[in-house]
Ligand binder design. Structure first.
Ligand SMILES: [Ca+2]
Ligand SMILES: [Ca+2]
Ligand SMILES: [Ca+2]
Length: 164
């Protein structure tokens, strides 16, 4: 009897431990090795710098889209949930015009999803990238000081560090 209870307890303990690495904070969506937070309340629409600070305050970054599958996941989430408005991502050419860089990694993108004609640096001051609703959430460069929704991303690894 004691052995049975011990076995059940061990099973429970093991399942809790194995569940931890795949858990995202409440309200975040899990895909692959990342957790995503869609900040789409109009009240929280922010300029690019404020959006970046907001994500940082949650130990996250403005989303950095490395692959077509990650891009598709985000786009389908926006479409499936009928979310409107545009969403800042962590890509800018603030440091050097025309040189696009992911903010946290400082990598130049190997994957991009600009539609034809973008980025166009319209009016000479579009230095931040967003998923543009009018383009079906393909990418567009846009003035950094405009208010947009945004998406934060955090790696499950950093989440474990916080838990541990
Ligand atoms: Ca990513
Ligand atoms: Ca620009
Ligand atoms: Ca543009």
């Amino acid at each position: 009897m004691v052995a049975t209870i011990t076995a059940i307890y061990l099973l429970f303990a093991v399942s809790v431990v194995t569940a931890l690495p795949s858990s995202c904070p409440r309200g975040w969506i899990h895909r692959g090795t990342s957790c995503y937070l869609f900040v789409n309340d109009a009240v929280d629409a922010e300029d690019w710098m404020v959006a970046m600070s907001f994500c940082s305050s949650l130990h996250a970054k403005l989303v950095e889209i490395e692959t077509v599958t990650e891009d598709e996941f985000l786009r389908l989430h926006l479409l499936d949930n009928k979310l409107t408005g545009s969403y800042w991502i962590g890509l800018s050419d603030i440091q050097a015009e025309g040189v696009w860089v992911w903010t946290s990694s400082q990598n130049t993108p190997t994957y991009t999803n600009w539609p034809p004609g973008q980025p166009d640096n319209n009016a000479g001051e579009e230095d931040c990238a967003h998923l543009y609703a009018a383009f079906g959430f393909q990418w567009n460069d846009y003035p950094c000081n405009k208010a947009n929704n945004f998406i934060c991303e955090k790696e499950l690894r950093s989440q474990e560090e916080i838990v541990g």
